[in-house]
Design a binder for this molecule. Structure first.
Ligand SMILES: C[S@@+](CC[C@H](N)C(=O)[O-])C[C@H]1O[C@@H](n2cnc3c(N)ncnc32)[C@H](O)[C@@H]1O
Ligand code: SF4
Length: 436
C-alpha cells in the first residue's frame, strides 16, 4: 500500500473551530488511532495523526486535563501510515485504524494491552493470534434511515449517530459483501425501505441469512419482491415484525467448531470472526491441556462454542449461561454430539449462584464474559479452587480488574495472548491463563 504525504486531511466532524493553527509533534498513537502530543506537560489528542508525525492542527476543545485537535495538514508522515483501503474510512465509525499498516495495528494493540495490565506481573512475551486482514466478519448489523424519501443504508458515522451510506464494506466475509450490494440495490429501488429499521447479515455453514427488522408492519404483497430476490440469491430471508423481540425460525442456523456442530438462533451471540474463533478454541484447549481427570466450568458459555471441545477432552464439563433458550440450544448440541459428560445450567452470573454451582467440584475454569466482565462471580470462583482459570475477554479494562482480584487471591498470570479478532478497529480480544 502506498504512503500519502503532505495530504490535506478533512476535519472529521463539524465542530466549532476558533483557535489558530499550530504545529504538533506526535509522540504516541492511542489504540483508537489518534495522535498524542505533549506541550508543557499537557496532552493534546490529535485526530488524524500518528506517532512520529509532524502535523499542522487546530485545537477544537480545551479541557483541564487535555486538549483535542484535528489535523489540517501533515508535514511529515509516519512510516507505518498507509492509504486507507476503504473509501468510507474517513466518515465511517466501523473502523478506526485503517490509516496504519496491519502489522503496526497489531503492535499498537499489544502495547495498549500491556498498559492495561501494568499492575499485573505478566510473562515476558505476549503471544498473538492473527488471521485475515479483510473479509473476516461473518455477521453485521446495518442501519436503515429514510428522510425526505432519501434512504441511507450503512453504518454510524465516527463519533455521531448519523447513518452514512455504505456501498461496500471490506471487512465483511466476501459472500456477505456481494449479498449486501445486491440487497442494497433492491432496497434503494423500492418503497419498502422506509418500513425497515435495520438489516442483519449472517454467513455460516448454511450460507447467507438476512434478517430484515421492520419498523412498521408490512403486508405479504410488500415482501414479495424481496422474497423472490432471496430465492434467486439462495439467501435465507427472515422478516422480524416490529413487535417481535427475536425473529421466528423454522430451524436453527449452524457452524462447525472442532468437528462439532453448533446450532444457534440467528440473533444469538456467536463469535464474529470464524477464523480467529477456530484458532482461539484450539489455543484454549492447548493452554488448558485437559485430561479425563479434569472437571471444567465453562462460564458465559453461549450455545457451547467452547463447551463442546472442552467436553471432548475433559472428564466432565458444567456450562453456564443466562439465556434459557441458549442453554436449551447448548443441551441439544451436546446431545447431537453424544457428549453425555456435558451439562448446561441456566444462571445469571451477576447474581448469587445456585447451589449446584456453589458446590461444583472443579479442577479448571474457562470464562468468556460480556464487556462488563465477571467480577460478581469471582469470589465464588476462588472458593471453588480451580488450578487454572482461562479468561477470554473483549474488554481489557474489566479483564485487568478481574485478573487483579484473582492475583490477590493466590493466582498468577502465566500466559497472555492478543487476539486480533477485528483488524482495522480498536477492539481487542485477549486470552489470559491464570494458575494457582
Ligand atoms: C462473549 S459471549 C461468549 C459466548 C460463548 N462463550 C461463545 O464463545 O460463543 C458472552 C455470553 O455470556 C452470556 N451472558 C451475558 N451476561 C450473563 C450473565 N450475567 N450470566 C450468565 N451469562 C451471561 C451471553 O448471553 C453470551 O452468551
Ligand atoms: S466498517 Fe466497513 S465500511 Fe466502515 S470503514 Fe470499515 S471497511 Fe469501511
Amino acid at each position: 500500500m502506498k504512503h500519502r504525504s503532505n495530504r490535506r486531511t478533512r476535519p472529521s466532524q463539524d465542530k466549532p473551530i476558533s483557535s489558530p493553527i499550530r504545529t504538533f509533534t506526535i509522540e504516541n498513537t492511542t489504540h483508537e488511532g489518534h495522535g498524542v502530543a505533549r506541550e508543557n506537560g499537557k496532552v493534546t489528542f490529535v485526530d488524524g495523526a500518528l506517532a512520529g508525525e509532524k502535523v499542522e492542527a487546530r485545537v477544537i476543545k480545551e479541557g483541564r486535563q487535555f486538549n483535542q485537535a484535528i489535523t489540517l495538514k501533515r508535514l511529515q508522515d509516519s512510516p507505518v501510515r498507509v492509504a486507507p483501503p476503504c473509501p468510507h474510512f474517513e466518515q465511517c465509525g466501523g473502523c478506526q485504524l485503517q490509516h496504519m499498516s496491519v502489522a503496526a495495528q497489531r503492535d499498537l494493540k499489544v502495547d495498549w494491552l500491556a498498559g492495561q495490565f501494568r499492575r499485573l506481573a505478566l510473562p515476558d512475551e505476549m503471544s498473538r493470534l492473527e488471521g485475515k486482514d479483510f473479509g473476516y466478519r461473518r455477521r453485521a448489523r446495518i442501519s436503515v434511515f429514510v428522510k425526505n424519501n432519501q434512504a441511507q443504508i450503512g453504518f454510524r458515522a465516527k463519533a455521531s449517530n448519523t447513518i452514512i451510506d455504505i456501498e461496500q464494506c471490506q471487512v465483511l466475509e466476501p459472500m456477505l459483501q456481494s449479498v449486501y450490494q445486491s440487497l442494497r440495490a433492491q432496497l434503494l429501488g423500492s418503497n419498502l425501505v422506509a418500513k425497515l429499521g435495520h438489516i442483519e447479515l449472517l454467513f455460516d455453514d448454511q450460507g447467507v441469512c438476512v434478517v430484515l427488522r421492520q419498523s412498521r408492519e408490512l403486508i405479504e404483497l410488500d415482501k414479495q419482491m424481496l422474497n423472490q430476490w432471496a430465492d434467486a440469491q439462495h439467501v435465507t430471508l427472515l422478516w422480524q415484525a416490529p413487535e417481535q423481540k427475536k425473529v421466528a425460525i423454522d430451524a436453527p442456523r449452524h457452524y462447525t467448531i472442532d468437528n462439532f456442530t453448533v446450532n444457534f438462533h440467528p440473533q444469538d451471540f456467536i463469535q464474529v470472526n470464524a477464523e480467529i474463533n477456530r484458532l482461539m478454541v484450539d489455543q484454549a484447549m492447548a493452554w488448558l491441556s485437559l485430561s479425563k481427570e479434569d472437571v471444567v466450568l465453562d462460564l458465559f458459555c453461549g450455545a457451547g462454542n467452547f463447551s463442546l471441545p472442552l467436553a471432548k477432552q475433559a472428564g466432565r464439563v458444567l456450562a453456564v449461561e443466562a439465556i434459557e433458550s441458549m442453554v436449551e440450544m447448548g443441551q441439544s448440541n451436546a446431545a447431537q454430539a453424544q457428549l453425555d459428560n456435558l451439562e448446561f445450567l441456566a444462571a445469571d452470573l451477576t447474581q448469587p449462584p445456585p447451589n449446584q454451582l456453589k458446590k461444583a467440584k472443579i479442577t479448571k475454569a474457562l470464562l468468556d464474559p460480556p464487556r462488563s466482565g465477571a467480577f460478581e462471580f469471582l469470589p465464588t470462583l476462588v472458593r471453588l479452587k480451580p488450578q487454572q482459570i482461562l479468561y477470554v475477554s473483549c474488554n481489557a479494562s474489566t479483564l485487568a480488574r478481574d485478573a487483579e482480584f484473582l492475583v490477590e487471591n493466590g493466582f498468577r498470570v502465566v500466559k497472555v495472548c492478543m487476539m486480533d479478532m477485528f483488524p482495522h478497529t480498536s477492539h481487542v480480544e485477549t486470552m489470559m491463563l491464570l494458575q494457582k
